[in-house]
Design a binder for this molecule. Structure first.
Ligand SMILES: Nc1ncnc2c1ncn2[C@@H]1O[C@H](COP(=O)(O)OP(=O)(O)OP(=O)(O)O)[C@@H](O)[C@H]1O
Ligand SMILES: [Mg+2]
Length: 365
């Protein structure tokens, strides 16, 4: 049996990338489809050359269940058209309950031996059948025990297939698939650079999106824990819809722009405060779980990204909750762009909402 899934090994996550030039990043989130194109400048530096975001209708995708396939494919097609892409070959982000990213300590050895260990370990803890999933790993390096640390990425084949179909129906093709949470972490590593070297300091990285929050604990040069927490900005949108009797788009508008003077009415601020409390209790639960299972209390900084990190009061609240400094990840600390190609507003929007898709686009090299 082991032989069978070995054949599948790495297929999806790495080796589909034949001739990887011209591959764009594609992130299908709850609120929008995003595409980014980047150019490698060599030596690990990158320049953004294109970005676009096409909003999706309400509830197009719930967790990883595709509810509105035609609308999503249409949004992908539209995004590719806006960027005038010459064919859509992409590195696609995958996430949701049928994916796993986890650090493992293995005995090490040759590449084949490591692969065997990964598969054996993965079989023990994957919450879904390994024979129906694709497993890949990223080697981090040797550990103190003489073995190796790896990050194992796994996704159920169904999920990958369903997402690939969306892209194919839009006339495109998926050349690489990567876990969204790893793409975000790659950008985080690039931006933070040497700051991550201090083994005493742990970082909490949060990508707070519309329906989910990626939760990553990063320490001593590697991911040590990841989780997808089911909280995000759409909870506020839904509550505005419910309490104010408006539709999804009106509620999003109210949340993002407020009244004609750009102020958020008291009613909405109250809704936000309530929902943000739920956010915090879920984040706290994830942290408590991490601390109780590892006894690691070294959390020193929190870095956030994602559209919902703009929710008024969120950063201050997180700071109070965690008792550590909270800052916003700025991908443009390390990724360059031509000023004539983007407005300041666009760059701001990409800085918050584009980290995952930038990380995916960077996988081209
Ligand atoms: N200025 C803002 N204030 C509050 N919320 C905002 C602001 N800008 C964007 N958002 C919210 O951010 C969310 C979109 O962020 P993002 O693009 O990161 O999510 P997504 O990737 O589509 O969702 P997910 O990753 O959960 O599938 C929406 O819920 C949107 O309402
Ligand atoms: Mg997202």
């Amino acid at each position: 049996m082991a032989i069978d899934y070995k054949k599948e090994f790495k297929k999806l996550f790495k080796t589909i990338a034949f001739g990887s030039k011209g591959i764009v990043g594609l992130d299908i989130g709850l609120s929008s489809v995003k595409i980014a194109t980047v150019e490698s400048k060599g030596g690990g530096s990158f320049a953004l050359t294109g970005f676009t975001k096409v909003n999706l209708p309400e509830g197009a995708i719930i967790e990883d269940e595709i509810q509105k396939p035609e609308e999503i494919s249409e949004a992908i097609r539209q995004a590719a058209e806006e960027l005038k892409l010459d064919g859509l070959n992409c590195c696609l982000g995958i996430s949701g309950p049928n994916t796993v990213a986890r650090k493992l300590q293995l005995a090490g050895g040759s590449a084949d031996e490591i692969e065997d260990q990964v598969l054996w370990e993965a079989e023990q803890y994957l919450p879904f059948d390994i024979e129906e999933s694709t497993v890949d790993y990223h080697l981090i390096g040797e550990n103190e025990g003489g073995g190796v640390d790896v990050i194992v990425a796994a996704a159920k084949n169904d999920v990958i297939t369903n997402f690939k179909e969306l892209v194919e129906n839009a006339g495109g093709s998926v050349k690489i698939a990567d876990l969204g949470i790893l793409a975000v972490t790659n950008v985080f590593e690039l931006v933070m650079g040497d700051k991550l070297d201090n083994p005493e300091e742990g970082y909490l990285l949060l990508d707070i999106g519309a329906q989910k929050t990626f939760f990553v604990i990063y320490k001593d040069g590697m991911i040590v824990f990841t989780k997808e927490v089911n909280v995000g900005g759409v909870m506020i949108t839904e509550e505005i819809q419910r309490q104010m009797g408006v539709n999804y788009h009106e509620a999003e508008d109210l949340k993002l722009t407020g009244d004609e003077n750009g102020n958020l009415p008291e009613e909405i601020l109250e809704i936000i405060d309530d929902v943000v409390e739920t956010f915090f209790s879920e984040i706290k639960k994830a942290i408590d779980f991490y601390i109780s299972s590892t006894s690691d209390e070294s959390l020193s900084y929190c870095v956030v990204t994602g559209g919902s990190s703009l929710i008024p009061g969120l950063l201050e609240g997180l700071e109070a909750l965690l008792g550590v400094d909270v800052s916003v990840l700025n991908p443009f600390d390390v990724i360059s762009y031509k000023e004539k190609d983007f407005t300041e507003e666009e760059i701001n929007q990409i800085a918050y909402q584009g980290v995952q898709v930038l990380g995916l686009a960077m996988r081209q090299t």
